[in-house]
Ligand binder design. Structure first.
Ligand SMILES: Nc1ncnc2c1ncn2[C@@H]1O[C@H](COP(=O)(O)OP(=O)(O)OP(=O)(O)O)[C@@H](O)[C@H]1O
Length: 342
């Protein structure tokens, strides 16, 4: 561990000094089961870098990869089963598997508590809210807190996909200062890409997967700020809605798989729109997140943000598989997200 407290070495270590086990099996392993290097290269070029990733890819998608015939796909699928078993496991085994799930703090202990300890790995956490509710500030804070090891978390690097040109490195250095971290090291640990179209946003996931595989176990967080902005621009009107939702579903499915494949936390921000149906049902807040059922089903935990007094913001669990619908407040400061009472 460096003087600053963040991990700057190539090999990340657990707090007890043990080297962290790489979570996945490389597709290169398939060579031992009769798959040639050229075909493995083709998989990697398509962003399929792990055996689990291969299991998660449909036969149809594999056949669409240039140079992969039906027979080759059969052989690949067969080789996969020799490396890892697919099928049922007991709930006890699931419990054991989930022990490697970690949580990344948000900078506010109240917000962490609301989310059961922070942003969870192997899952997608979505925050949505109107403008100025702190979605981007929370994204920036997570870029730093993700690098800070705790008793149960080793700390790691971050990938930031920016669709709205709102990423500001000077915010990262200001937040790093709050945590007494080396500013240059902190910036080095965040890999940034500016997305210009929704196609570009989707294509970048191949590079993200390749990076996660290349530096196994080092990346801990993928941020997409904001997930819908480009889809909203690139597809307009009802006529293009079906196509938009199909592309969006592919994007969401891919980031969901990446989170499980590499044991990383995925954090996405989303915008809101007025809900014409809500006025009729007398809802208190006639606004809803955009992206419809696709985002709703793919996100594991959904958190709504709204403005409170001054710098205070209120977060509410909107949907979660294991947390009650409760609220917490936090504040936005020069040092990022903090507790509202600070
Ligand atoms: N350095 C800072 N110190 C304190 N507050 C800040 C700082 N920088 C930004 N803010 C506050 O953060 C809020 C904006 O938050 P943020 O950019 O995260 O909003 P957002 O939810 O992402 O909005 P949008 O949808 O417009 O992108 C503003 O109220 C702004 O005053």
């Amino acid at each position: 561990m460096g003087e600053t407290g963040i991990l700057s070495r190539e090999v990340y270590e657990n707090c007890d000094g043990e080297e962290e086990a790489v979570f996945y099996e490389d597709v290169d392993l398939l060579q031992k089961h009769g798959i040639n290097v050229a075909d493995i290269k083709k998989l990697k070029a398509a962003g399929i870098c792990t055996v689990k990733g291969l299991q998660m890819t449909t036969r149809k998608k594999l056949c669409a990869i240039k140079g992969l015939t039906d027979q080759k796909v059969d052989k690949l699928k067969e080789a996969c089963t020799k490396v890892t078993e697919v099928g049922f496991m007991s709930a006890l085994e699931v419990c054991d598997k989930r022990k490697c799930v970690f949580r990344i703090g948000t900078g506010s202990s109240e917000l962490d508590q609301l989310m059961g300890g922070g942003i969870e790995s192997m899952a997608i956490t979505e925050v949505f809210g109107e403008f100025r509710t702190g979605k981007t500030q929370l994204s920036h804070t997570l870029c730093i807190t993700a690098q800070i090891p705790t008793e149960s978390y080793s700390g790691g690097k971050v990938v930031f996909l920016d669709t709205e040109n709102t990423f500001r490195p000077n915010r990262l250095t200001a937040i790093a200062e709050r945590f007494n971290l080396d500013q240059t090291a902190v910036l080095e640990n965040v890999l940034y890409a500016r997305c210009y179209t929704s196609d570009h946003q989707c294509e970048l996931l191949d590079l993200v997967a390749a990076k996660f595989q290349e530096e196994g176990g080092i990346y801990k967080l993928l941020i997409v700020d904001s997930v819908m902005a480009l889809f909203r621009v690139d597809y307009s009107g009802r006529g293009e809605l079906a196509e938009r939702q199909q592309k969006l579903a592919q994007f969401m499915s891919r980031i969901q798989k990446i989170s499980e494949e590499y044991n990383v936390a995925v954090f996405i921000t989303n915008q809101m729109t007025s809900d014409p149906g809500a006025a009729l049902s007398f809802q208190a807040d006639p606004k809803k997140p955009i992206g419809g059922n696709i985002i709703a089903h793919a996100s594991t935990t959904r958190i709504s943000l709204r403005k409170g007094r001054g710098e205070v913001r209120i977060a509410k669990i909107y949907d979660s598989p294991d947390m009650p619908e409760s609220e917490a407040s936090f504040a936005i400061s020069e040092g990022g997200i903090i507790d509202a009472k600070d």
